[in-house]
Design a protein around this ligand. Structure first.
Ligand code: BG6
Length: 282
């Protein structure tokens, strides 16, 4: 079942329910902010203090960082993580091929307003498949007469039981840029979080596992050779208006990305798809 909802402040979202899972996707940003398999806990973390307002990004779920990841390379006045997450997407298609699966396709394209921020003609398609697994695929199409380069991320906030209990496997021996110290390091063993972490792992394509005390989440990536791992820890959580002070204890971002050296240059007419599939095991 697909239900269109509109909050009193005009914020629009879509509720999905099928035999496998429930989900919620906001039209602003094509932002999936809830996914839960029937009978299980939510897969994604969502801040109870999040904004659900036009022009403000939701804190949690899967914000789309596009067409740049992080700060804009040359103009710090432009929005962090690009404009997609605060832009109005259109719902192009919704299908229920069987009782376990719902497919949604959203679209964002260049407009006079967006051309001021990014001077290229583009189409961006977001395909979300909600079933026993969750698949998110973001396709960029260059509709311009000149090439452009994008960096991006499926900025996934995972819900965890307690941050000290979790580990991330699949990035062993991978080189990463540590944004907190601005240097490059090599990952030793699996990742355990006991302080602020903000890293871009590079030249990595294999599946990632988020091991928690009561479940394992598997992230399978396609069209991506970089991954971001972020936890704001105590001080930064306390400083962020849309996060509770202790929010860092129950979330971890593992982002399927095209960041840094994994930027993608698209010639006129070319397309690129950044895709991930999330599954959960007990
Ligand atoms: C992560 C970045 O992807 O997103 C961090 O690596 C950043 O540096 C975090 O703090 C959250 O960004 P924002 O813009 O949603 O507050």
């Amino acid at each position: 079942m697909i239900t269109k909802k509109k909050a009193a402040n005009g914020f629009e979202y879509i509720e999905i329910e099928n035999n496998s899972a429930t989900a919620k996707v906001a039209l602003q940003g094509g932002h999936l902010f809830h996914y839960q398999q029937q009978g299980k806990k939510p897969l994604l973390w969502l801040s109870p203090k999040s904004h659900f307002e036009i022009g403000k990004a939701i804190r949690g779920g899967i914000p789309l960082c596009w067409p740049w990841f992080g700060k804009h390379r040359t103009d710090p006045t432009l929005p962090q993580h690009g404009f997609a997450r605060i832009s109005a997407f259109e719902l192009l298609e919704s299908n229920e091929p069987d009782e376990n699966t719902t497919e949604l396709v959203f679209k964002l394209q260049s407009s006079a307003e967006i051309l001021v921020l990014w001077p290229y003609q583009f189409q961006l398609f977001l395909r979300i498949t909600i079933g026993p697994t969750l698949t998110v695929a973001l396709t960029t199409r260059n509709c311009d007469t000149k090439s452009f380069t994008i960096t991006s991320a499926l900025h996934s906030y995972f819900a965890v039981s307690y941050i000290s209990y979790v580990s991330v496997q699949g990035l062993e021996k991978v080189e990463y840029w540590d944004s907190l110290t601005d240097d490059t390091k090599i990952q030793k063993g699996s990742i355990h979080i006991s302080e602020e972490v903000d890293r871009v792992y590079q030249k990595t394509t294999g599946p990632l596992l988020l091991l928690d005390s009561d479940r394992t989440i598997k992230i399978v990536r396609d069209g991506s050779c970089s991954a971001v791992v972020w936890n704001p820890w105590k001080d930064k959580s306390a400083k962020m208006a849309d996060m509770q002070d202790d929010a860092y204890k129950t979330m971890l971002c593992i982002e399927t990305a095209n960041a840094m050296g994994d930027a993608r240059k698209l010639a006129p007419g070319e397309e690129h798809t950044l895709k991930m599939t999330l599954s959960e095991y007990v």
